[in-house]
Design a protein around this ligand. Sequence first.
Ligand SMILES: [Zn+2]
Length: 364
Amino acid sequence: MMLYLWLAFVVIVGLMVGSFLNVCIARLPLEKSLIWPGSRCGTCQQPIRWYDNLPLLSYLWLQGRCRSCGSSFSIQYFLVELATGTAFGVLFYFEAVVNVHEWYEPSGASWHFGPLPWTWIAGFAYHAFLVSILIAASVADLNGREIPLPLTLTGTVIGIAGGVLMPWPWPWPVELASPRPGPGVPSGMEWLALEGGLREGIQPWPVWGPLPSWLAPGGNWQTGLITSLAGALVGSLVMRGIGAVFSAGLGKEALGLGDADLMMMVGAFFGWQIVVVAIFVSVIPAAVVGVIQLLVNRDHASPFGPSLAAGSLVTYFFWPWRPPGLHLLLFHWPFLLGLTVFAALFLFVAAVVIRSARPRETGG
Ligand SMILES: [Zn+2]
C-alpha cells in the first residue's frame, strides 16, 4: 500500500514539475522571467487562476480553452505535463521499487513500511532533475530549433554538484568497487582482471581506470568533481567536433551549439564514457526521424536535441547490459585515438556523400 502512495505522490510531483517546464519552454526563449508575472492567457492576458491551472485536470475540464475568452491553448501543455508525470512514475518504479541499479541492499520489501533509504531518494531526485531538463530542452528544440542555454547550464551545475556529493562508486563502499590485487593477478593489472566490468554508482564510472593515485581509490569529492567535469568537457567538445567535421563535409552549418550544451549537461551527470556511447546511440532515432522527414517533408532538417536526449537516457539505463569488457576499451588510449580518427573520417565522408546526393539547393 505504502508503495502505491509513494508512486502517486511522485507522479503528482512530476505533473507539477511538468507544469513548471511548460512555463520554462514558453518563456526561456523570450528571455522572460520564470516567476513573474503568473500564468496568463496569451490572447486576453487574463491571469489564469490556480484552479484553472491544475496539471492535466484543468486542461481536460476546460477542454483546452481559456475560461475568460475561450481561445484554445496548445495541446503541448497537456502533453508535457503527461510526459513528465509518466517519466517520474517510471523512473521511480525502476530505480526505487525494482532497484535496477542495486542502490540499496535488497533486504526484502521492509522499506515499503519504513523510512525510505535516502540513497535512492538522492539518486532518483538527481535523475528526475535531468529527465525534466531533457524534456524541456527537447520540446524547446522541436518548437524553435533552439535549446535555451539557461536550461542546460543549470543542468550542468546540478550535474557537477551531484558528482561532488555522490562520487563514484557511491552508494557502494569503495572496497567493494575498486579492484584489489588477487591471486594470479599481477600488480597493476587489477583493472584488467575485473570480472563483469566496473561497478556502477550513481555516478556510473570514474573518469579513468585505474584512477590516478591522487584520486584513488575513489569515493572522494575530487573523483566526483573530475569525473563530472571531464564528462561535461567531452560532451561539449565531441559535439562541437562532430559539428565542425560535418559542416566541413556538407559545406554548410550543421548541428547547433545547443546540442553541444545538451551533451555537456549529460556528461556532467553520467560521465564521458556514457556521453560517447550515447552520441552513437542517438544516431539511430535521428536517422529514423530523418528518413521519415525526408519522405514527408523534404525541406526541414529535424532537430537533433530530442534524439540526443533519448539516446542518453537509453544508454544510461541499458548500461548494465553493456559488453563486460567495455571498460578495457574505454580506458585504453590507443583505442580511443583510433575511434576518434575513424569517426571523424566516417562523418566527413558521410557528409560529402549527403552533399553530392542532394539536389542543388536554390536560394536559402
Ligand atoms: Zn483568454
